[in-house]
Design a protein. Structure first.
Length: 351
């Protein structure tokens, strides 16, 4: 892994423990370790006064996410969570369409997530183990829950979900991957159809098909569907308002957001079509913009589009939905943070 990182990043100073890292008197840290380590690593950094860029999800439990927020609040140490999709052009275009009033007042948001690479991305390493992720309605869906929260300017109050392990749980080859291997080593579009996947993680107890319904605090209703064995890989958002509908076709360069704003039957030609720019290979452009925002936040105190509170709300909804999914599909209320902590993060972490 050191050899791989050196090829990518160049020569650097290596440390084996977090304690050694803190001994270097660093100003900021980027936490991209596995999800189940986020809480403890981040809290230790925050306690030491180190500004943190934390990859999503903020933690794998609501209690863990709240602990991270409370530590940042108590220590007044800058915290940023890398929900990079708020910087994807598809999301920003949809938000601009909403803010310009082109579809009226938002009432419903639907997201279909076709995770065509799911067998390679999520079922051959620790992602497949619920003890390390809680589930993919948290680990994977945190992105889209956060996007729908941002588009609706609200957060879920109650969720209900259904799902199952429909394909990958039946596959026999649980040999896993060699030590030091990363996803690029085993990923291939030739790994098709899904039933032919090999080298799966020894533990697979997360769902590969999940569906969520939620009511937001402001009354907007959202739905989310996630499937890890589709042939294609992209997200489709539909936003329905009182005066129109917006939907994306493709979620990167070459795709578009289309808006229908008059009454008709089936109409393939929209009233407005906005081409998408950037993110041709995934979310690389959004990653750059996210890191730039983090640096400007830490150095200048700039206001950010991504927020730790928003990241916490995505985790809370994902955990509640997973509880519903595995508990008889009963509705589950989503708990809120303490008001003073919400106010602190809404003020861009200013006292």
């Amino acid at each position: 892994m050191r050899e791989r990182a050196t090829r990518t990043l160049g020569e650097g100073q290596w440390v084996a423990t977090l304690e050694e890292l803190l001994g270097l008197s660093i100003d900021a840290a980027i936490v991209t370790s596995p999800d189940d380590t986020h809480e403890d690593v981040t809290c230790s950094l925050l306690e030491a006064g180190v500004a943190v860029f934390l990859e999503k999800p903020i933690a794998i439990t609501i209690e863990g996410a709240d602990r991270v927020l409370e530590t940042a609040y108590r220590t007044c140490t800058p915290l940023y969570v890398g929900h990079n999709m708020r910087h994807m052009d598809v999301v920003r275009t949809l938000r601009r369409v909403i803010q310009e009033g082109r579809i009226g007042e938002v009432k419903a948001i639907w997201c279909r997530h076709f995770v065509g690479n799911g067998g390679d991305y999520y079922f051959k390493d620790w992602h497949a183990d619920r003890s390390r992720t809680t589930g993919l309605l948290l680990q994977k869906a945190a992105h889209d829950i956060d996007v729908m929260n941002w588009l609706s300017d609200s957060v879920p109050t109650r969720v209900v979900a259904m799902g199952d392990l429909m394909v990958y749980g039946a596959l026999a080859d649980r040999s896993g991957q060699s030590d030091g291997a990363v996803m690029e080593d085993w990923f291939s579009f030739d790994n098709w159809p899904p039933e032919t996947q090999t080298g799966l993680n020894p533990v697979i107890d997360v769902e590969d098909l999940s569906m969520l319904l939620a009511r937001q605090e402001n009354g907007v209703m959202i739905s989310y569907e996630q499937c890890h064995f589709t042939p294609d890989y992209w997200r489709n958002y539909t936003v329905i308002g009182t005066r129109g509908r917006a939907e994306n076709f493709g979620d990167g360069e070459g795709g578009s957001v289309r808006v229908w704003a008059h009454r008709s039957g089936y109409e393939p030609v929209p009233d407005l079509e906005i081409p998408l720019r950037g993110d041709a290979g995934g979310h690389g452009d959004a990653d750059v913009n996210t890191m730039d925002e983090f640096i400007r936040f830490v150095v200048n105190g700039d206001v950010t589009d991504t927020t730790p509170l928003g990241a916490r709300e995505a985790v809370a909804a994902g955990v509640a939905a997973t509880t519903s999914l595995r508990g008889g599909n009963v509705p589950v209320d989503v708990p809120r943070v303490r008001p003073e902590i919400a106010e602190y993060f809404n003020r861009n972490q200013l006292r």
